[in-house]
Design a protein around this ligand. Structure first.
Ligand code: NAD
Ligand code: LMR
Length: 339
């Protein structure tokens, strides 16, 4: 793999003139892995988003057809197709936001960590491209295992001298979407009116829905709260089992990712009060180097880390007992780049 030195970047007049879109004019969004199970419906949802000006579809295969298809939809976003490494620069140059669903999904019996060997290298290569061709872009990583791929991305950017921790996000929005849906069902209310913060990471027990801090208030016996928490933590596996070898969540993930990307673009455009959960480099809220928590987004990325919600005794216990796993998944990503 290639590593791009900061000096190399600084020498490049093309990169010094790196454009970022002016607020209000629409944004350039690149989807890396756009031909896949998540990539296609995510690209569809982004084609419908009025804040997207240029939608760049990148994959190693399957881009031309998806782009031709989407380009017939009567919305303003322009769609372009970019296939294979030689066309990555064009997909990235001038991108304001890059969303990465590239990589292999789970099959029944696998953990997200079982995807590490393949997806770590994919994320590294794509992020090397980001560092080189759109170093100022916001980057939203979907590829699993998120607890490790986000640290890999951070290491790539550090080596390139482009790391801006305010603009690198692991997408954990699907955990929030699931928590809102299941709590909405439990409360008998429209899930669109529910907001449950989910903190920690994005795998098994590292997914920590803070049910006690959700709105509207959920008052259920501890056993029911534990069951809800377990369902949210295992929801990815529920889909993997139901798809029986055909992959993992794609449609709900595309919905969650498009919600997250739209929140980023609203913040970029100067909308105030945009608060979302994401897995980010963070030393302010816990002693872990990366952590998912509620973030206030602004035009430059993360504007504020909201304090962790108050955890009840059960949530605090789960938090303490998952820290070692999360720390070691983070370290695995860092080590991948340093060995
Ligand atoms: P998929 O196999 O359907 O699609 C993956 C796409 O990535 C394919 O089109 C493939 O060609 C492409 N790809 C592979 N290598 C590439 C490379 N080097 N450059 C560009 N594109 C490349 O898989 P999927 O169901 O879309 O899932 C993608 C990833 O998202 C998986 O790792 C999965 O575990 C993860 N995921 C994460 C979440 C989350 O909440 N963060 C949710 C669901 C899935
Ligand atoms: C999910 O939560 O659905 C994703 O992380 C995919 C998976 O492997 O479960």
């Amino acid at each position: 793999s290639r590593h791009f030195a900061a000096e190399e970047r600084q020498r490049s007049p093309q990169l010094d003139a790196q454009p970022t879109s002016a607020p209000g004019s629409g944004y350039n969004v690149a989807v890396l892995g756009s031909g896949g199970g998540i990539g296609q419906p995510l690209s569809l949802l982004l084609k419908l988003c009025p804040r997207v000006r240029d939608l760049r579809l990148y994959d190693v295969a399957n881009t031309a057809g998806v782009a031709a298809d989407l380009s017939h939809i009567a919305t303003a976003a322009r769609v372009s197709a970019h296939t294979g490494g030689d066309e990555l620069p064009d997909a990235l140059y001038g991108a304001d936001l890059v969303v990465i669903p590239a990589g292999v999904p789970r099959k029944p019996g696998m953990t997200r960590d079982d995807l590490f060997n393949i997806n770590a290298g994919i994320v590294r290569t794509l992020c090397e491209g980001v560092a080189r061709y759109c170093p100022h872009a916001w980057v939203a990583i979907i590829s699993n295992p998120v607890n490790s791929t986000v640290p890999i991305a951070a290491e790539v950017f550090k080596r390139a001298g482009t790391f801006n921790p305010a603009k690198l996000f692991g997408v954990t929005m699907l955990d929030v979407v699931r928590a809102n849906t299941f709590v909405g069902e439990a409360l008998g209310v429209d899930p669109a009116t529910v907001n449950v913060p989910v903190i920690g990471g994005h795998a098994g027990v590292t997914i920590l829905p803070v049910l006690s801090a959700g709105t509207p208030k959920l008052s259920v016996p501890e056993g029911q709260a534990r069951a809800l928490m377990a369902r949210i933590q295992d929801a990815g596996t529920e889909v993997v089992k139901a798809k029986a070898g055909a992959g993992s969540a794609t449609l709900s993930m595309a919905y969650a990712a498009s919600r997250f990307v739209e929140a980023c673009l609203r913040a970029m455009a100067g909308e105030v009060g945009v608060v979302e959960c994401a897995f980010v480099a963070s030393s302010l809220v816990t002693d872990l180097p990366f952590f998912a928590s509620q973030l206030r987004l602004g035009p430059g990325g993360i504007a504020e880390f909201l304090p962790l919600p108050r955890l009840n005794a059960m949530e605090q216990g789960n938090f303490e007992s998952m820290k070692a796993e999360l720390r070691s998944s983070i370290q695995k990503g860092v080590d991948f780049m340093n060995t």
